[in-house]
Design a protein around this ligand. Structure first.
Ligand code: CTP
Length: 399
């Protein structure tokens, strides 16, 4: 497991009967040359002792938020920055609930809240607790925060009941971390480009034709690509959205500008065209403000199809080209036609006749059509979750 070598793992152990498995997890991580620091929640100390954790991990064990000694050596912010990965194992129903609420009442929840690092949760609890709708709702929130979830497994539990809720085995936990790091390592060498938002097509210096696209889905895809290690460029039409500094953002207004900036940012390995590019621009835009008259006739001409240009490029076609299709009717036929006409590897189609999802909403529901005739529906969920799933598909296709 070469990707784990020298990685700094902050392990948070919560108070559950499966806490004993974290000792074995520490042992395997140490064998793979990880540096480990551990936080024990108050209840965790009932199940494992700080001394056994410190001896096995050969690293510092923290247990109290306001411990002067700890805070002067390394405060909770520094501790969350120190880690390459934060691993919460076992993650109990109580901690899951705290994390979903964004609580900061103890060191474990404060460090997670303050973290900008990948967070892995390994849930472990009784089957009824796991299946309870409040736990399931908390898990949905945490997935939406892009926390990664390992398990739980189905099996016989310490309490004697059988079902889903059993903590994953230490070796499976460590394998999950290794494959995540390996995927990130490969992706760091890859470039991704995303177009997003609407375009404005000017009639005169102050008036333009545009559309209702908010750009949210494209921005979320760019964020997911970054989280998955890709060097990401976002070419964005006018939106009110903000995005972190690690993404190269190029702001444009018209389709023509979006096309030029896309060309400038080639070659890339993956290109996702989520922008709602206006199909037409004004033929001969007026250089001065148009005055009111009884009638105004507009002559339009076609904009260049940016996606088609890139997907048919002789020397710079990305390994993966992904297009979007917004349809009000006959979704499947229209999407498959677009997939072929535009020479895409994947088309992500959404039904824009439903006002509650899609345009200008935080929710989306899409069907992905693949080049090999497969299709897959991603049911209604937050755009941030849809984008995580899309990027998961991108990773699969690249491998
Ligand atoms: N696209 C593009 N450049 C354009 C037009 C569209 O890159 N000038 C991309 C979009 O970003 C999206 C896909 O092509 O990925 C959508 O195709 P398009 O034909 O524009 O879809 P619709 O506008 O829905 O087409 P139609 O009106 O024919 O349904």
């Amino acid at each position: 497991m070469k990707n784990l070598k020298d990685k700094k793992i902050l392990l948070i152990i919560c108070g559950g009967i499966s806490a004993y498995k974290s000792l074995e997890t520490i042992r395997i991580l140490k064998k793979n040359s990880c540096e480990i620091r551990t936080i024990l929640t108050k209840n965790a100390k009932e199940f494992v002792t700080p001394l056994s954790v410190a001896s096995l991990s050969q690293g510092k064990v923290y247990d109290d938020l306001f411990n002067i000694e700890n805070e002067s050596e390394m405060d909770h912010i520094a501790l969350s920055r120190w880690a390459d990965i934060i691993l919460v194992a076992p993650a109990t129903a109580n901690t899951i609930s705290k994390l979903a609420k964004g609580s900061s009442e103890d060191l474990a929840s404060t460090v997670v809240l303050a973290s900008n690092k990948p967070i892995f949760l390994v849930p472990a609890m009784n089957v009824r607790m796991w299946e309870h709708s409040s736990t399931q709702e908390n898990m949905r929130i945490l997935k939406n925060f892009s926390y990664k979830i390992i398990g739980p497994e189905i099996g016989e539990m310490a309490c004697g009941e059988y079902g889903e809720g059993k903590m994953s085995e230490p070796i499976d936990i460590v394998n999950s971390l290794e494959s995540y790091l390996s995927m990130i390592g490969k992706n760091r060498k890859l470039k991704a480009l995303v177009t997003a938002g609407p375009t404005n097509e000017y009639l005169d210096p102050v008036r333009f034709i545009t559309n209702k696209s908010s750009g949210k889905q494209g921005y979320e895809i760019a964020k997911s690509l970054l989280r998955n290690g890709f060097q990401t460029t976002l070419i964005s039409g006018p939106t009110n959205l903000k995005i972190g500094e690690e993404i190269k953002v190029v702001k444009v207004e018209t389709a023509e500008q979006m096309f030029k900036e896309t060309q400038k940012n080639l070659p890339v390995d993956v290109a996702v065209f989520s922008a709602a590019v206006a199909d037409f621009k004004i033929y001969q835009k007026s250089e001065i403000k148009i005055k009111k008259e009884d009638k105004l006739e507009l002559k339009l001409e076609k904009n260049v199809d940016i996606l088609k240009y890139v997907s048919n490029h002789n020397s710079m076609r990305p390994k993966l080209v992904i297009g979007f299709a917004a349809e009000t009717n006959d979704l499947e036929n229209n999407a498959i036609k677009k997939l072929k006409d535009k020479n895409c590897d994947m088309i992500i189609a959404n039904d824009v006749s439903n006002q509650k999802i899609g345009f200008n909403s935080d929710l989306n529901e899409v069907t992905i059509f693949y080049k090999d005739n497969k299709k897959e529906k991603l049911l209604t969920k937050e755009k941030s979750l849809i984008s995580e799933q899309i990027v998961e598909r991108i990773n699969n296709q690249l491998n």
